[in-house]
Design a protein around this ligand. Structure first.
Ligand SMILES: CC(C)N1CCN(Cc2ccc(Cn3ccc4ccc(-c5n[nH]c(N)c5C#N)cc43)cc2)CC1
Length: 248
């Protein structure tokens, strides 16, 4: 059965890229069932109001609870005779880090719903309502320690990271194995034809056909790159037999 992904946003067109390329093909293949909903369809005033001023004062606007409540009801009712429940994922600057590990966990779920906030965020009672009245698991997740204007960009990234882990979405599953962040080291340098380009040669070991030497060279390169760019990812398990980090 396809994994179902619902996204609610005041900018549904922001999610149009999900119809393209990999995710688009997975949708055609019936592997992913992606539905985007416009939050403003769940407002009833002439101006289709989704926000208002914050109680207690402060800068900016807060997203009103009622439209979100109606949008969630709509998502839960749509094509859901069994009354199944999605895991509600809400991007937020203060969320738990979105990591490859979390992407792998979420890729195992049959149904994810994403709430894209804007302004200063969503009235807190929506989270309480979703957990306590709708019985949803709710996770607030952050892409990283930088500030975006809303959740849409985060959802595009999360849907891509999660979607590509769904069996069948990526053609050769092998390319999923040798990924950076899968075992904590960054990726090695990659090359393709021609072997000599612009006066620059491909490292000869890669043309040698000596697969042991190639694997050793690649591991060495991963350690060196990780030490240079992400020393925080290096820990004891990557040390060589002498307990040192084998970096030439
Ligand atoms: C007044 C003053 C003291 N406030 C102090 C706290 N600031 C926090 C604040 C900042 C921006 C936004 C804009 N925004 C609305 C919905 C939304 C969803 C995700 C993200 C988001 N940003 N960065 C990520 N990695 C994200 C993810 N995932 C941002 C979002 C919302 C909230 C806001 C200003």
């Amino acid at each position: 059965p396809a994994m179902r992904l619902d996204v609610v946003s005041i900018f549904p067109d922001y999610l149009a890229p999900l119809e393209l390329s990999l995710i688009g093909k997975a949708r055609e293949d019936g592997l992913l069932d992606v539905r985007v909903h416009d939050l403003r369809d769940f407002t009833h005033d002439r101006h289709r109001t989704v926000d208002d001023t914050p109680y207690g004062g402060g800068a900016g606007m807060v997203m009103k609870p009622q439209p979100w409540s109606e949008a969630l009801d709509h998502v839960l009712a749509l094509d859901n005779p069994s009354g199944a429940r999605p895991h509600l994922v809400v991007p937020g600057p203060g969320g738990q880090p979105f990591t490859q590990a979390l992407a792998r966990q979420l890729a195992l779920e049959p149904w994810l719903a994403f709430a894209c906030g804007r302004y200063e965020g969503i009235d807190e009672r929506v989270y309480d309502h979703a957990r306590e009245d709708l019985g949803l698991e709710v996770s607030v997740v952050s892409l990283g320690d930088y500030v975006l204007n809303g959740g849409e960009v985060a959802v595009l990234a999360m849907v891509e990271a999660i979607g590509r882990l769904v069996p069948g979405v990526i053609g050769n599953a092998e390319s999923l194995v040798e990924e950076s962040h899968e075992d904590g080291l960054l990726e090695y340098p990659i090359y393709t034809k021609p072997s000599s380009w612009n006066g620059r040669e491909v490292p000869p070991v890669l043309l040698s056909g000596n697969h042991g030497a190639i694997a050793a060279w690649r591991h060495e390169q991963r350690l060196a790159r990780t030490a240079a760019r992400r020393p925080d990812l290096l820990h004891a398990s990557h040390a060589g037999p002498h307990g040192d980090l084998e970096i030439s």
